[in-house]
Design a binder for this molecule. Structure first.
Ligand code: BGP
Length: 486
């Protein structure tokens, strides 16, 4: 159906992937292991109660690294490392203006603390960016997408240790210098707030290092803020015209009822999410967090220079993943119905349908969050992830009719258009998983997000051939019409 053209002319339509979920070749080309390589595939998951994030001890990490029998799908991904040319060509055929992808830190610095980068890793991304350039696809690069080198976890205790700032800055300096002519859009940490849900995935901190959970959590967060500011500082030195973004797993929440207590609960829940973007955008800790620190006896080690760094190097645009909304309730008891979702277990909203994985589908919530974030910050926004996981099978000679995906995306794009019409400065939309990749939370491929099907099962069997789904042609039309044809 044709709509009015609302999106700006240079709108960044495209898709988003992450190195650890797509590349594979975890021990090829000089790459060192990252925390993602220890995430096992677990069979017969009970999605309603599935806890995606486990904390690991050093001994468990070591054991998994040497486990030859186990199933760790992120180690093979979808073989993007070998097939990137073919995949980028398919993205180009859809008319992608942008591809959000991450650089695997452990491909550049296999252990993370070396002085000299791994040449093969540097060359790999050079080839990827060159291929993107050939098709005029703008790369949007995440520096750290749940893939900290494992050596930094085991030896230093990950981001609990301030020393990681030195290594991260060195990594930024190398990749920004190498790719300054190819990459204009950067972001430091994927879903920086994931740390609230996992010390290991979000901060590469093994259990052994955690002494006081609450305090350590905010210490890690402080280091992530400093690293983000350092990334911006380094970029400003090396390539002042490039833009540094922040990336938040946006948790939009509504009060469960109009009782003032629930409304207040929603405001307080939201603060715990907006805290991250508040610091990245404004460059200082908000008063509600300072009050929370006092009330909870939290003492974060901060140095005087930290405040100047945060203040001087704020982000240029704010990006976020958006999959769902949840409800906030002042009193949760055994009768409250809960639901799972992207990084959250929340109170279920009776007005919304859910995906098979329990993630509540709420297109209007995307408009609400865009308008709220833009009102609050007045800087450009980018929807860095949005999409739906579906179970799909491919029968030879048939095209997968993923109408549910088309419907989901169409309804979300309509809401983005409404937000733009209402004045929001939105610069792009990168659909999560434009090609089927390994799921972050469950390490399966059965949860498929792509416009392109990958012939591979959860255990890695299959020939990994790529097939266009029905949504492939649909998204191509959306991009060609700049969002007018949905
Ligand atoms: C986000 C992550 C992605 C991604 C997506 C979908 O939280 O940034 O890496 O995978 O969610 O989640 P999942 O793969 O668990 O369905």
């Amino acid at each position: 159906m044709a709509h009015e053209i609302i999106f700006p002319e240079n709108f960044l339509w495209g898709g988003a992937i992450a190195a650890n979920q797509a590349e594979g070749s975890w021990n090829q080309g000089g790459r060192g292991p990252s925390v993602a390589d220890t995430a096992p595939y677990i069979e017969d998951q009970d999605y309603a109660n599935y806890i995606a994030f486990e904390e690991l001890t050093i001994a468990q990490i070591e054991e998994r690294l040497h486990d030859e029998q186990g199933c760790y799908p992120k180690r093979w991904g979808i073989h993007f490392y070998d097939r990137y040319e073919e995949d980028i060509k398919l993205f180009a055929e859809m008319g992608f203006k942008a591809l959000r992808l991450s650089i695997s830190w452990s491909r550049i610095f296999p252990r993370g603390d070396e002085e000299i980068p791994n040449h093969e890793g540097v060359e790999f991304y050079r080839k990827v960016f060159k291929t993107l350039k050939q098709y005029q696809i703008e790369p949007i690069v995440t520096l750290s997408h749940y893939e900290t080198p494992i050596h930094l976890a085991i030896k230093y205790g990950g981001w609990l240790n301030r020393e990681l700032l030195v290594f991260f800055e060195r990594y930024c300096r190398v990749v920004m210098s190498e790719y300054k002519d190819d990459v204009k859009y950067w972001m430091a940490f994927n879903e920086i707030n994931v740390i609230q849900h996992s010390f290991y995935i979000g901060g590469a901190v093994p259990k052994d290092f955690i002494k006081n959970e609450k305090n350590d959590l905010y210490q890690v967060i402080h280091h992530l803020f400093l690293a983000s500011a350092l990334a911006k500082k380094t970029l400003a030195e090396i390539c002042p015209t490039a833009r540094m973004g922040g990336m938040l797993a946006r948790r939009e929440g509504y009060p469960a009822t109009c009782s003032p207590q629930d409304v207040l609960a929603a405001i307080h829940d939201d603060q715990m999410n907006l805290f991250f973007s508040d610091v990245l955008v404004r460059g200082y800790y908000p008063s509600y967090i300072k009050a929370f620190f006092i009330a909870n006896n939290i003492n974060v080690a901060m140095e005087d220079e930290d405040f100047t760094l945060l203040k001087n190097y704020t982000i240029d645009y704010l990006s976020f993943s958006y999959y769902m909304t949840v409800l906030s309730k002042a009193q949760i008891d055994e009768n409250t119905e809960l639901t799972t979702g992207n990084l959250v277990n929340g109170v279920k909203n009776p007005y919304l349908d859910s995906s098979e994985w329990g993630w509540q589908i709420d297109p209007v919530g995307l408009r609400i969050t865009l308008e709220k974030l833009y009102d609050r910050y007045q800087i450009p926004l980018l929807v860095a992830e949005n999409g739906i996981g579906l179970r799909e099978t491919h029968n030879p000679g048939e095209i997968i009719a993923d109408d549910a995906r088309i419907e989901y995306l169409k309804r979300h794009i309509e809401q983005m258009a409404a937000a733009v019409k209402n004045g929001v400065d939105l610069i792009g939309y990168t659909v999560w998983g434009p090609i089927d990749i390994i799921s972050m939370s469950t390490s399966e491929i059965s949860k498929r997000y792509g416009f392109i099907y990958v012939d591979q099962d959860d255990k890695g069997n299959g020939n990994s051939k790529r097939y266009k789904k029905k949504s492939f042609a649909w998204y191509k039309d959306v991009i060609a019409s700049n969002g007018a044809w949905l």
